[in-house]
Structures are given as structure tokens and as C-alpha cells.
Design a protein around this ligand. Structure first.
Ligand code: GLN
Length: 306
């Protein structure tokens, strides 16, 4: 496969779509990003990286961090994790509160905000509130092989300042006894994980264990068990794009996870990982051009799982 040509062709074809949609503006720190930015990187199981455009510019990975925290929490709790968080698509917005009351405070899946807050709560139970943000940061650094990966303090402060919706979700779940720790501690760690900054290259490299049965192909380290990786990929396919998860599966046919920073991580089991970034978002809060770029990728490579 001529990965470099495929990426360069996608970059050229995607130009008219750049800037279509809306950059996240719920916090000032994200609203300043250039809507025209576009980067894409492929990391193969042989450890080769191919990239195009702004693939070396760091961006806020936001909800893509939910993949890392789910991996960590499954390692601690195994399937017991699913006593407190479901595994069904929600069909609602990522920050929706409506289903929580009907379902006794148990979020639909680990990739909507409420579900990710429960997942982070679980990590705090095992590691303590002081170490959790750092554990998540180190996890991302080790996987990416890059010590440059960091938590952007400005973004984290902004998330906390403008985090009333997430605060509502956390306290609402606490009232049902679903959260075990102090909601403020859980939110603090959650805001930090959302504020991780990575490049497309680092992100694609970090996700490699998800394409390789849980083993990091470069270090040979077992990051997650094979069954856990199956579960994570299944959840990425069914729930990774909120109320447009069906649309993503329909057009791209790969497990993927988006973030409101405009990034998407997609997994091609046994072959490669793909990270794409373009900040302008569609109505569900997923990168508009990023989604289309992955559609082109799956068409050009025929790597659609179906
Ligand atoms: N920080 C965002 C929030 O909690 C993350 C959401 C997202 O990336 N979809 O609202």
C-alpha cells in the first residue's frame, strides 16, 4: 500500500471541506484554533509512520482520552466496570443528561461524558485522586513514545471554569450512588484528561495496541488483554461518535473515537491506526473534514471492516 500517496491525495481532495462546520467554542481556549487546519497520520503495525498536513501540530484530544481511560479502568475492574456503565449507543448528544434519570444514574456507555466520568471515578478508586491525572498522562506518554505529550493547563482551567454541564452530570450520578468518590475530585481528573495535547503522529502511535490485540507493536508490551481490546473496539464502533456513531460506521466502517478538539482516532485491526485532525465540527461535535477524510481513507484502501 502506498500510504504516503493515499494521505497526500486525501489532503488534496479534502481542501474544499476545510472550515466547514464550527470550531468548539464552549471554552475560549479551544475557540482560537485555526478552522482550516488539517493533519493526518497512519501508523502501521511495522512501526512505520506516514503523515500529511498539520500532523505535527499538537491539538486538544478531548474525548479521545476516553479510550485511554477505558483501557486503564478495564485493567483494574475487568467486566465489573459494566455494573456502573452501559455499553449501548445513546442516540443523544455527548453531554446529554436526559437518559440518566430513567436509567438510575447509569450512563449508556463509556464514551459519552457521563460514562467517561464514571470510568475516571473508577481509576480514582484504584489510584487515589492525587495520582489519577498523572497516571493518565504517563499512559499517553508511554504509548506515544513522546515526553512532549502534556496536559494544557489553560484548557484544563477553562474546562473547570465552564464545566457546569459536566458538574451537573457528576453530581446527578453521585445522587444515585453511581460515583464512589468526591465529584469535584473526579471532575478535576476528567478535565485534565480532556486537556491532553497530542499530534496526529503521537495519537496514531498511541492507539497501536488497539490494532494489535493489546500489544504495543514497537515496545512489545502488553497494554491491554485481547478480550479488552475487542470490547474497546466494539464500543468505538458503536458509540465512538455519539449520536452520529451509526453514520460513521456506515461511511467509514472502522472503530473510531472523536473529540471536540477536532481529532479522530480510527483503528484498522491487524494493519494500522489512523489519526486525523481538523477543528471545525459537524452537528454532533465530530470533525467534519476529519470524518470525510476517514471515509476517503476507507474507500481508497478498501480497509472498511465490512
Ligand atoms: N471536554 C469536553 C466536555 O467534557 C469533551 C467532550 C468531547 O470531546 N466530545 O464537554
Amino acid at each position: 500500500m502506498n500510504w504516503q500517496k493515499i494521505l497526500d491525495d486525501i489532503k488534496e481532495q479534502i481542501q474544499p471541506e476545510l472550515g466547514v462546520g464550527k470550531v468548539a467554542d464552549y471554552i475560549p481556549a479551544l475557540s482560537k484554533v485555526d478552522p482550516q487546519a488539517f493533519g493526518m497520520a497512519v501508523n502501521t503495525m511495522a512501526g512505520e509512520c506516514f503523515k500529511t498536513g498539520d500532523a505535527d501540530l499538537p491539538f486538544s484530544i478531548q474525548s479521545i482520552s476516553k479510550v485511554f481511560t477505558l483501557t486503564i479502568a478495564l485493567g483494574f475492574e475487568n467486566e465489573g466496570l459494566f455494573d456502573r456503565v452501559g455499553r449501548e449507543p445513546s442516540g443523544s448528544a455527548f453531554n446529554s443528561i436526559v437518559q440518566l434519570e430513567h436509567e438510575q444514574g447509569i450512563p449508556r456507555n463509556p464514551f459519552i461524558n457521563a460514562g467517561a466520568i464514571v470510568v475516571t471515578d473508577t481509576i480514582i478508586t484504584h489510584c487515589g485522586e492525587k495520582s489519577t491525572a498523572n497516571l493518565i498522562l504517563e499512559f499517553a506518554r508511554n504509548l506515544s513514545g513522546s515526553s512532549r505529550v502534556h496536559i494544557d493547563d489553560d484548557v484544563a482551567r477553562s474546562e473547570a471554569l465552564w464545566g457546569n454541564r459536566n458538574r451537573s452530570l457528576a453530581y446527578f450520578m453521585k445522587s444515585f450512588g453511581v460515583l464512589k468518590n468526591d465529584p469535584e475530585d473526579v471532575l478535576q481528573a476528567y478535565f485534565c484528561q480532556c486537556s491532553l495535547e497530542m499530534t496526529c503522529e503521537e495519537l496514531a502511535r498511541s492507539g497501536s495496541y488497539l490494532a494489535n490485540d493489546g500489544v504495543d507493536p514497537v515496545s512489545g508490551k502488553q497494554v491491554a488483554t485481547h478480550p479488552h481490546v475487542n470490547r474497546i473496539n466494539a464500543l468505538m464502533m458503536t458509540c465512538g461518535h455519539y449520536d452520529m456513531s451509526g453514520d460513521f460506521a456506515f461511511h467509514v466502517g472502522l472503530p473510531g473515537k472523536s473529540g471536540v478538539g477536532g481529532g479522530i482516532l480510527a483503528i484498522v485491526p491487524g494493519i494500522c491506526t489512523v489519526a486525523v485532525w481538523s477543528p471545525a465540527l459537524n452537528r454532533a461535535g465530530n470533525s467534519h473534514a476529519g470524518t470525510l477524510a476517514l471515509k476517503l481513507f476507507s474507500e481508497k484502501t478498501n480497509l472498511n471492516l465490512f
